[in-house]
Design a protein around this ligand. Structure first.
Ligand SMILES: [Zn+2]
Length: 71
């Protein structure tokens, strides 16, 4: 990977879990720094699948329990 600022090669520093960064998700953070200038990069790779709206459907189904009470 080339540096955004000076186009020199960046050096890989290491990979960390999201957990190490206090993020409550599954993913990898890669640290890279430029070999020439002082640019520093953090590459966030999210490994968790997005579940858009899925949680709302689950909470909505809980309400059906409430109608049983009057029965
Ligand atoms: Zn650079």
């Amino acid at each position: 990977m080339k540096c955004w600022h000076c186009n020199s090669e960046v050096i890989w520093g290491g990979d960390f879990d999201y957990e190490d960064y206090g993020i409550d998700r599954e993913g990898i953070v890669s640290n890279l720094s430029c070999s020439r200038c002082k640019a520093y990069y953090e590459c966030y790779l999210d490994l968790e699948e997005e579940s858009n709206g899925e949680k709302e459907i689950i909470t909505a189904s809980d309400k059906s329990e409430e109608s049983k009470k009057s029965g």
